[in-house]
Write a protein that binds this ligand. Structure first.
Ligand SMILES: [Fe+2]
Ligand SMILES: [Fe+2]
Length: 276
């Protein structure tokens, strides 16, 4: 780990912690402390939680200009509240990481979460958070696609073997559901208005394939490990199909065309990332 996690000093060897861990996992109990995690479980857990935390923060910063650019004062307030939610999600995740010995504040201080172009930042956000949101239709369709995609991924966290994360995710999940509803309301509004229909279709053509790519490749080594440890419960492709089915239904409701998506397995990241 580059962020320098320091476990609570304990006399327990990796073997002893691993034994405790499997006893709990096999009894269907949640893991609650670092003393119940093998080194491998710890590394996989911190990797997944950092991906979510960094994605939440990069997401919040990507939305900030839309406080100023939203079409009405009511919408400026709505976007400001969404930004507040995303920063809160990031803060909650970094706090969980701090609780298990990750120096989250140093990690955040080292990275530039406002960076949008060039895909060069070395934080752990999923790639979709590097693209700029250029229009109001983009902002809305980003919510319609990415918040919905994140929701599908967070479903697995609700069943995660790590208790503190599983409990924290419930509140995050409720707020993400509201973001999706905001996106749905506006997609319908833009789709049923002849003056904005083409714009929303264009935004969908852009953001739907990008969101389909966040879920990662099917049957990856990482996903197999995450499932073994109870940190995920489904294959990447199964999560993606659930998302695609829902978007197809929503699009058919308001007469939008579901864009084509052809997987580029070569370029795609191995595993998707929870959150937005
Ligand atoms: Fe969100
Ligand atoms: Fe979020």
């Amino acid at each position: 780990m580059t962020t320098g996690p320091t476990r609570n000093p304990s006399d327990l060897s990796n073997g002893e912690r691993e034994k405790r861990m499997w006893e709990k996992l096999q009894n269907g109990e949640a893991i609650e402390t670092v003393d119940e995690m093998s080194d491998e479980y710890y590394d996989n857990l911190t990797n997944l939680m950092l991906q979510q935390a960094d994605s939440e923060l990069a997401d919040a910063f990507g939305y900030v200009p839309w406080i100023m650019n939203a079409p009405t004062t009511e919408e400026k307030l709505a976007v400001a509240n969404i930004v507040k939610d995303e920063v809160r999600h990031a803060r909650a995740m970094y706090r969980l990481l701090t609780d298990i010995g990750v120096d989250a504040e140093s990690h955040v201080a080292k990275h530039n979460y406002t960076l949008r172009v060039g895909l060069k930042a070395d934080d752990k956000r999923v790639n979709i958070f590097y693209y700029t949101i250029d229009t109001w239709a983009d902002f809305i369709v980003f919510q319609f696609c990415m918040d919905r995609g994140a929701g599908h991924q967070l479903e697995d966290v609700r069943r995660s073997s790590y208790g503190p994360w599983r409990r924290e995710i419930e509140r995050i999940f409720k707020e993400e559901t509201m973001h999706v509803s905001h996106g749905d309301f506006w997609v319908r509004k833009l789709a049923f208005d002849h003056s904005t229909r083409a714009k929303v279709q264009e935004a969908l053509d852009t953001w739907y394939p990008r969101t389909m790519n966040i879920f990662g490749k099917p049957k990856t080594r990482h996903n197999t490990l995450y499932r073994k440890f109870g940190l995920k419960s489904r294959d990447n492709d199964e999560v993606r199909r659930g998302f695609a089915d829902e978007v197809r239904f929503r699009c058919s409701e308001c007469g939008l065309r579901l864009p084509d998506w052809k997987p580029d397995w070569e370029k795609m990241e191995e595993d998707g990332v929870v959150s937005s």
